[in-house]
Design a binder for this molecule. Structure first.
Ligand code: NCD
Ligand code: ZN
Length: 368
């Protein structure tokens, strides 16, 4: 079986957190991706251009040496975002848009939007400034079944927004349903969607069958198999409206393995390898490069990365856990199981020289 060399990919939906966690996780993304759109759901959230540029410096400072990785930011949209902030964001080359979190929808979304109508004037302003709205597309209405929250959001919120602001550029982030695929598919070119590896590889059985598996819990939650099939079809179709966004969202083992565990899957140490598996299984490896390295760049009107990455079919076992400083332990997606593709000569952070703490846990760096 042959190796696969593609233009260095980008991750258009990534959580890097801050402080020790930021320092620990950034290298995993930088070893494979050229750029990322980093999410602003810190605590407190990144709501201003000034905060975003400070955060960007902290991300750059967390990068391993000699590594080229360009972080872009999305600002956290609130009901109180001043219009001047939209103007400043439009002028900053490092800010690609605003993230809409319905209040209560997901991790650190408390400062998000309670009623979308209240932000219509801001959306109009964003539309006229050609800024992208990155959407967490789930309703938070407690009467709506959690598995239907994306579908209902599209009906209740997204259609009206799109009708009212037809030129507003939007990315429906981490789509998980056939309804999400259809919405993006049928919309004009100013609407796109990102797709995560977990929603392409797993259905809700992975989360709930044979025991509750908290490391497969993310939001939007994994759906039934028919939806996964629709996502695979969209990702591997070659349609430029769908592109890579891992939504890699590190949480400590303790906060996931809890009576009330946090939502988020940590996939950045093996993300491009997971996507390669999906595309190979769909007989569409030739479509991987456009999905991971071109469609997102085109949507965000950025040039393609100049370097390449090479994947080889060499199975390895995903560590049970990545152990960082300050007692950080993160269980990755697919922990303890094998993965077929391996990134060759991926950037290896200096922390990889740490010895392994047990047979199957790793102290960072790339698989070897
Ligand atoms: C994300 C996080 O942990 O920040 N969690 C998740 O389940 N995806 C937030 C988000 O993108 O919803
Ligand atoms: Zn996310």
């Amino acid at each position: 079986m042959q190796t696969l060399t593609i233009t260095r990919p980008d991750d258009w939906h990534l959580h890097l957190r801050d402080a020790a966690m930021l320092a620990f996780v950034t290298g995993f993304s930088a070893r494979q991706f050229g750029r990322a759109l980093v999410m602003p759901n810190l605590s407190p959230p990144i709501t201003t251009v000034e905060q975003a540029l400070d955060y960007r410096h902290r991300i750059l400072a967390a990068l391993p040496p000699n590594c080229e990785f360009n972080p872009y930011l999305s600002l956290y949209l609130t009901e109180n975002t001043p219009p001047q902030e939209i103007e400043s964001a439009a002028q900053s080359p490092f800010i690609l848009g605003f993230k809409l979190y319905p209040a209560g929808a997901t991790t650190h979304s408390e400062a998000g939007v309670h009623s979308l109508k209240t932000i219509y004037p801001l959306l109009e302003y964003m539309e006229s400034h050609d800024l992208v709205l990155q959407v967490h597309g789930e309703v938070t209405d407690g009467n709506i079944d959690i598995f239907d929250r994306e579908k209902v959001f599209i009906e209740r919120e997204l259609h009206p927004i799109h009708e009212r602001f037809p030129n507003l550029r939007m990315v429906l982030e981490h789509i998980t349903t056939s309804e999400g695929v259809d919405f993006v598919h049928r919309s004009p070119a100013n609407i796109a969607g990102t797709i995560t590896p977990q929603h392409l590889l797993y259905n809700r059985n992975a989360l709930l069958a044979g025991g509750i598996r908290p490391h497969y819990y993310c939001l939007p939650v994994l759906k039934r198999e028919t939806h996964r099939q629709a996502l695979i079809q969209a990702a591997t179709s070659g349609n430029p409206k769908f592109f890579l966004g891992t939504d890699s969202a590190p949480h400590t083992r303790k906060s996931k393995e809890s009576a009330c565990g946090c939502a988020g899957c940590f996939s950045s140490p093996l993300a491009i390898e997971l996507y390669a598996e999906v595309f190979e299984q769909a007989n569409a490896l030739d479509k991987l490069e456009n999905f991971s390295s071109r469609h997102g760049a085109d949507f965000y009107r950025l040039p393609y990365n100049s370097g390449t990455v090479t994947l080889e079919p060499a199975a390895w076992t995903v560590p049970d856990c990545y152990i960082g400083p300050d007692g950080i332990e993160i269980v990755p997606l697919r922990s303890g199981e094998t993965i077929r593709w391996r990134l060759r000569n991926g950037y290896i952070s200096s922390s990889s020289s740490f010895s392994k703490s047990s047979n199957s846990s790793s102290r960072g760096g790339s698989p070897s």
